[in-house]
Ligand binder design. Sequence first.
Ligand code: DGJ
Length: 740
Amino acid sequence: MANANISFDDKQNVFHLSNRQISYLIQIEEGGLLSHLYFGKKITKYHGSRHYPRLDRGFSPNLAGEPHQTDRSYSKDTLLQEYGGYNTGDFRQAAIKIQGANGAQASDFRFQSFKIVNGKPHLDRLPQAYVLSEDEAKTLIINLVDSTLNAQVSLYYTIYNDRPVVARSTKITNLSQQSINIEKIASMQLDLPASDLEIISLPGAHVRERQMERQIVRQGVTEFSSHRGTSSHHMNPFVVLVTPNTTENEGEAVGVQLVYSGNHQFTIERDYVEQTRVLSGINEDGFDWQLNADDDFQTPEALLVYSDEGLNGMSQAYHHLLRERVARGKYQYAERPIVINNWEATYFDFNAEKIQEILDEASPLGIEMFVLDDGWFGKRDDDDSSLGDWFEYATKLQSGGGLVGLSDKVHEKGMKFGLWFEPEMISKNSDLYRQHPDYILGMPNRDLTPSRDQYVLDFSRPEVVDNIFQQVVNILDNVKIDYIKWDMNRHLTEVYSAALSPERQGEVGHRYMLGVYDLADRLTKRYPDILFEGCSGGGGRFDAGMLYFFPQSWTSDNTDPVERLKIQYGTTLSYPVSSMTAHVSASPNHQTGRQTSLAMRGDVATAGVFGYELNLAKLSLEEKSEIKDQVTFYKQHRSLIQYGNFYRIKSPFKNNETAWEFISEDKTEVLLFNYRVLSTAQPVFTVTKMSHLKSDGIYVDQRTDEHYSGDELMSIGLYNTPIKQADFTSAVRYFKWQAE
Ligand code: DGJ
């Protein structure tokens, strides 16, 4: 039933967005300033409790223009606002910075009008959360105007039925006759009254993505951002504000997720009266957009979630939203195939015989898809050539009939066939570079910074995107392909486009992202039956923007199960398990050198979208039989793992132990995963308390036939026994519920 509601109280000048779970309150303040009142648990009716107190504070200036200039108790510098301007009396971080035609850098946007519409307006050329029907959400559009600039800012707020979510974005329209320059334009701002707050972010690195970090919000500015041209391994475009007592299952949490895959910026500022401002959007660093008369600019979208049921409550809202209203296409809810990928088995050194060997091993084990990774195109035998040459390396798979022959063989075995691409890149040693040296992203008279011996294509130019599109189409139209892994293995430097005028160079970074989205959009529409997996040297572009096009992403190049515990735990803070791919690889692990059991590797990888990435032909008969069991286990529980509700229980960031659980929507099926990293003498009998179960009825452990009530499992918990005296151990329990 439609329960999203947006009302305007013209006595209090207050907008109230609400549904059964949350409320968001905005007030038009004196002078047309838009003030933020509240975002949190649902309020039935607002009566003015958050009216901002007036106080004359030194060095916080007052409003310009009659009649306000005499009121010394009213200042933009302290008022909680929805969208703060620059250089006009609010000294905190601004949501928007504009340079007018005369060079003046200032902005001051005041209320002009509003509109409430059913559904959710589509954001042109950008990934976004969507609606399936007009009655599942309502959108408030508030128009603000800076009368000196003659520019309009439209703030979009969408509230869904039955989701604790507000989607926000901003559009600016230049109503004047002259060009203006947008130097910064945030997607959203959230100002919060003084209180103790902490912030959780997801920093990392290549092979160490999304490590959860929690810190106290202190006075000053803290920034979480990427300057690398992509959302990056180094700082995921996602933060959570929590109260000090917030845990996985208790306390308040407000998440901010930017639906964007390029340079992002989250600033958290605690001001001099301990109020907190949160801003999120495209990174202002290097950004400068020339907006001509009558043009507009649309920001990416930010998805805000409120939870009063701790971090798991917030994650649930994101998992459902991203899976149900951001991911799209045939595979949105489809069970994803179990993969064998040849990368760590062969790297570039493969031929038809070696691939055949892997295939012959894979199909009897029940593996469902073979993915041919990097090295099948141009003349690619190493990572220093051929990117941009998306035609088959004629001699490499020749004896097996080339790509077509390989695809046929894979399909004859009843498996699907997948192929690797890296569409955004160019090697200097490539036909593409020899023909079109200007296609490279780079500056005149400045040496280009190499990285992995490769360079970035200028995707801000439509003709470059068209060239790659055509090359990929030539492959996909001629070879039967069921899956594509879209990789991206370096970050952007010397960001400059030969096709844009000098005053437009600050647009290249964002135009590059629009080019990537355009190619992803065209390919996914033309080939709706192909499953796409995003990748950027592992999880370097694991964000909601890419998820709009690709329903899953390679989580990390690090497949060590111990390190994966942290990577996967951190990833699930915002992203659904259906988007998180996880493979069993060889031991010793290629990234860490650590030796772990096949059982532990399997128990970590089966908690994601599962596959293998090792040379099956080198395994013993016992190992193959264990793999067969893992595959059978995964097939039995695949739908619960990929589409059930996932809850974190014990964090690897704090403990030697990790635990998480998957619970079916009706709570009648539960999988509990426990992991222990290091063994100790005199082991401690630790307990795992489950959560989110039914309290009535009985949960039956399907292996041991032990019976437990749900509240028993939640309040008393289970001992983690039997204890194996070894490092890197794990155990999985499967419960079914029955009425007593
Ligand atoms: C980085 C990816 O994350 C790997 O899985 C592999 O595809 C390599 N690139 C290939 O170059």
